[in-house]
Design a binder for this molecule. Structure first.
Ligand code: GUN
Length: 283
């Protein structure tokens, strides 16, 4: 089995972006900047936001941080977004999800200008992805494509099975795989014969959020397996959706958790910020 080292690949990407950000700043005499908004004190979200800001610092992207209390009114968040949409010195706006229960995530996502939507969650960007127009690609699925390409895995014509149909991972992943000419099957909680379907996959993307769910019974010999899970087992230990030790001998390529898909999400966010700045100077 070849271990796909997401940490190393994301580091390479961040190094490339760092160079490009530096040339961009010199050529345009301005920063590339990302506004990061965190509402409340979800501990996982805090870690993600910290890592995103750290990656900004590394790549030379200016991050502007807003930490709002959990009881912030939705209207206040929306007016902060309005203000950031208007500001010419802000290239990207990221609202860390999940939001506190009294806020409507759809409404908040819709409020971010599609031109600053570096998460790729706005329906305009989702629609552009669907029809194959340029736009912001959602970071986790885009990172997975990059992982596969940089590991030398060809996607064209392959049977790709995606387990999970979330708006953040499963659905956009299916569109990106289709764009790469894979034959795509999306499975979910109502899927019948999940084992049989997964067992036919040349490339399996595991994104259901259940600790160590995918055992060797689900894996074809020689399959490429991408584990998007960030789960906790009964002992509270971080693990993926795949039973790594059980399947590792069967796979031709496999991503670890942590150190697989996770770091790629952040690298692609940096890429989207740079892309945004480039598009905005062209206008
Ligand atoms: N919560 C979990 N993943 C993400 C992500 O990629 N972006 C944002 N904004 N929130 C998230």
């Amino acid at each position: 089995m070849n271990l796909i080292d997401g940490k190393k690949i994301s580091q390479d990407i961040k190094d490339e972006i760092k160079e490009e950000v530096s040339s961009f700043k010199e050529a345009n005499n301005r920063d590339v900047s990302l506004a990061v908004i965190l509402v409340g004190d979800d501990s996982a979200s805090k870690v993600y936001v910290k890592n995103k800001k750290k990656a900004c610092e590394y790549t030379g992207i200016k991050s502007v941080s807003y930490e709002l209390p959990a009881e912030t009114k939705e209207e206040e968040l929306l007016s902060l977004i309005d203000e950031l949409n208007e500001r010419s010195d802000i290239d990207g706006i990221l609202v860390q999800l999940p939001l506190p229960k009294h806020m409507d995530e759809n409404k908040v996502t819709l409020r971010i200008s599609p031109e600053k939507d570096v998460d790729g969650f706005h329906p305009v960007n989702v629609g552009n992805l669907l029809i194959g127009n340029p736009g912001f690609l959602p970071c986790t699925p885009a990172g997975i494509i990059e992982l596969l390409k940089r590991s030398g895995v060809s996607i064209d014509g392959k049977r790709c099975v995606i387990a999970g149909r979330s708006n953040i991972v499963g659905k956009p992943m299916s569109l990106l795989m289709l764009r790469e000419n894979a034959t795509v099957t999306v499975c979910h909680s109502h899927t019948k014969e999940l084992k049989e379907i997964c067992k036919r996959a040349d490339i399996l993307i595991a994104a259901i959020g259940k600790p160590r769910f995918f055992t060797r019974d689900y894996i074809k010999e020689g399959a490429v397996v991408i584990d998007v899970g960030m789960d906790r087992d009964a002992e509270g230990k971080l693990c993926g959706d795949c039973d790594f030790d059980d399947i590792k001998e069967l796979c031709s390529y496999l991503t670890p958790v942590p150190g697989g898909v996770g770091p790629m999400t952040i690298a692609m966010l940096m890429k989207n910020c740079l892309f945004s700045a480039k598009m905005r100077v062209k206008k």
